[in-house]
Design a protein around this ligand. Structure first.
Ligand code: FAD
Ligand code: NAP
Length: 561
């Protein structure tokens, strides 16, 4: 391929990651960019067909905003954008910048090299959702943006066919279809007769579904073993706490670049301060939510050691936690659902829950599995792999992290977790081909900022920018991914087995600013962009404007050679 800008690039998926990648490539002069999605509107989880009543954005930095387009302020006094505001933003971004490049209504069936291994070019086999017609489309490069929340995870014993086999006559649906179910309810037609509802799961989808149904006056019972942790406050926290590096510094990163981080994580005093603040944050959240020691909502995932936490801000009076406190949502916990019975669910403790309708808020599985055959997956280097025993020793490298002493107990398979994706963006084996990248598989709390920087990194990679620092070989890239995996096993013992691989090639949760700085550094660009002096930098508000001229900065670097 001579001029990379003339090559054809396909972006798989039209969620936030796909949209910003398409935009960035177009801005960089790529002339042949196509986005493919099964959806009929843009936005991925924020697409019109996915958003449901009561859905709001759920993170500290929040906005999923891109530099090129302002986002109107949220109407919610809590400052949270609703699902429909997010949908409108994604639609406006698409209408403004991505007219005519998105092919909607195409289910991606398979992604494979056109002429076998070693030859350039990719074939994307698709099926037209409306007609079932199948086609093969050819492109020079692929960016995989199919996300971690587009393919429902339905445990076998809870599937609709398992329900049928046990003569359960009620309705069973996954939370991913909650929009269409709520449409029926809103329309008040016959299909809206759900009866008593059981919601399975303790994640955010389960909480949203249960709260919505309870607000409609429907009798809801929720079953979960552990519920998501949450941040809640009685009064809004100032931006210099909520939207600065403050929280990211209270979380150790694989490298501790600042003196403050080294103090907080490698000294006993610093570690005590770190854990004290975390405990205060969590205790304050329970207090703000009115969650008492006897409440089932006390049984949350660990906020420090994991990533299963929702930033709720000021809790709504008719939100999930308040509805549970008021007895309007019944909770059966800790328990797991084992199977169906003719009139509801059977739990692992032998108890039964009566239900006419069952909502499977049981999460999502990898969107990658169905579209890559084993050979393509292995040749690319997409698959997880058992850790290299030599790299395993790397875990000792972080033995001086006092804040990581006394981790929670983990499942033995946790030790086998290792991603093969360099920086969470390029499958290591394919590093030198420069024809395949991933956006959206790095789990962060600021998707707008992170996906945009990753899009620039991907564009530099495709363009072959000399100033983009890359490993010199696939082996070196894999060793890097292995080392990062060793770090993640140490840092997130409670979480790695939960997050499916299509959104966890890297986890940059609290520490997303440090991780993004690494990508900026790879591109030879300035880091610590929110500024401040030696005293104020941890509290400087991180603004998207910091990265609004990345294209020009990269152009200038390229000119310098
Ligand atoms: C209801 C809900 C709310 C969420 N809210 C938040 C939040 O507030 N904050 C947060 O940080 N995270 C949230 N998440 C997690 C969320 O998945 C990601 O943060 C975000 O959507 C990632 O964007 P993405 O572009 O990577 O993926 P997505 O938005 O999931 O987009 C993936 C795209 O790929 C397409 N696709 C996938 N497979 C195929 C296929 N085989 N064929 C054709 N098209 C395909 C999808 O249709 C979609 O267009 C939420 C998840 C859910 C389910
Ligand atoms: N913006 C928002 O408000 C919003 C809304 C929805 C989702 N999201 C995000 O989307 C992602 C996915 O969330 P999600 O809630 O759909 O999935 P999830 O977080 O993976 O939760 C799935 C839940 O189902 C439970 N479960 C599975 N099998 C079960 C069984 N047999 N019995 C009882 N419980 C069972 C799981 O428990 P175990 O883990 O114990 O197995 C878990 O609590 C998360 O990142 C979430 O934050 C955000």
């Amino acid at each position: 391929m001579s001029d990379p800008r003339a090559s054809s690039v396909v972006i798989l998926g039209s969620g936030a990651a796909g949209l910003i990648t398409a935009y960035t490539l177009l801005q960089d002069g790529f002339t042949n960019v196509t986005v493919i999605t099964r959806d009929s509107t843009p936005g991925g989880v924020w697409a019109d067909e996915r958003i449901y009543p009561g859905l709001t954005i759920n993170n500290v930095h929040g906005e999923f905003r891109f530099c090129a387009l302002q986002m109107p302020p949220a109407r919610d006094p809590n400052g949270r954008l609703s699902g429909s505001e997010m949908r409108d933003y994604m639609q406006k971004f698409t209408a403004t910048y991505l007219q005519d490049i998105i092919l909607y209504g195409l289910e991606i069936l398979q992604v494979l090299r056109s002429n076998g291994e070693g030859d350039p070019g990719w074939t994307i086999k698709v099926q037209v959702v409306k007609t079932g017609e199948q086609k093969a489309l050819k492109f020079d490069r692929v960016v995989l943006c199919t996300g971690g929340c587009s393919r429902p995870l339905v445990p076998k014993e809870l599937s609709p066919s398992a329900a049928k086999a046990t003569s359960f006559k009620g309705r069973v649906f996954h939370s991913s279809t909650f929009r269409s179910q709520s449409n029926h309810l809103e329309a008040g037609n016959n299909e809206s007769m759900l009866g008593d509802v059981a919601v399975i799961g303790g994640g955010k989808s389960a909480q949203d579904a249960a709260a919505y149904l309870a607000r409609k006056g429907i009798k809801v019972t929720m079953v979960f073993e552990t519920v998501d942790a949450f941040f809640a406050v009685s009064r809004p926290l100032p931006d210099f706490i909520r939207r600065s590096r403050f929280l990211s510094l209270l979380s150790p990163h694989s490298t501790l670049d600042s003196r403050l981080e080294r103090f907080l994580h490698t000294t006993s005093l610093g570690s005590n301060i770190t854990h004290f603040i975390w405990k205060k944050i969590i205790a304050g959240s329970f207090a703000a939510a009115g969650v008492t020691d006897h409440s089932p909502l006390k049984n949350t995932h660990d906020a420090f050691w994991g990533i299963r936490i929702n930033d709720e801000g000021i809790l709504k009076p008719d939100g999930f936690h308040k509805l549970v406190n008021a007895g309007k949502i019944k909770v059966v916990a800790p328990a797991r659902v084992a199977s169906y019975s003719s009139d509801g669910l059977v739990l692992n403790n032998g108890e039964k829950v009566r239900a006419d309708t069952v909502v499977l808020a049981t999460g999502y599985t990898s969107s990658w599995h169905p579209i890559f055959d084993e050979t393509t997956s292995a040749n690319l280097g997409l698959n997880r792999h058992p850790p290299d025993p030599n790299i395993l020793k790397a875990e000792n490298e972080w033995n001086n992290y006092v804040s990581l002493q006394s981790p929670p107990h983990t499942h033995p398979s946790h030790e086998q977790w290792a991603s093969s994706v360099y920086r969470g963006i390029v499958p290591a084996n394919n590093l030198l081909n420069k024809d395949f990248a991933i956006n959206g598989a790095v789990f962060t709390t600021n998707n707008g900022y992170a996906f945009e920087v990753m899009a620039h990194w991907i564009s530099s990679y495709f363009l072959g920018d000399k100033n983009l620092k890359l490993p010199s070989s696939p082996e070196e890239a894999l060793a890097h991914a292995d080392r990062n995996s060793a770090w993640l096993r140490k840092r997130y013992p409670g979480t790695l087995l939960w997050a499916n691989e299509s959104y966890s090639s890297n986890l940059a949760f609290w520490t997303w600013p440090q991780t993004i700085d690494e990508l900026l550094k790879d591109m030879g660009l300035a880091t610590y962009r929110s500024g401040g002096n030696w005293l104020t930098w941890p509290f400087k508000v991180i603004e998207l404007t910091e990265i609004e001229h990345l294209k020009e900065e990269r152009d200038a670097m390229r000119k310098l050679g």
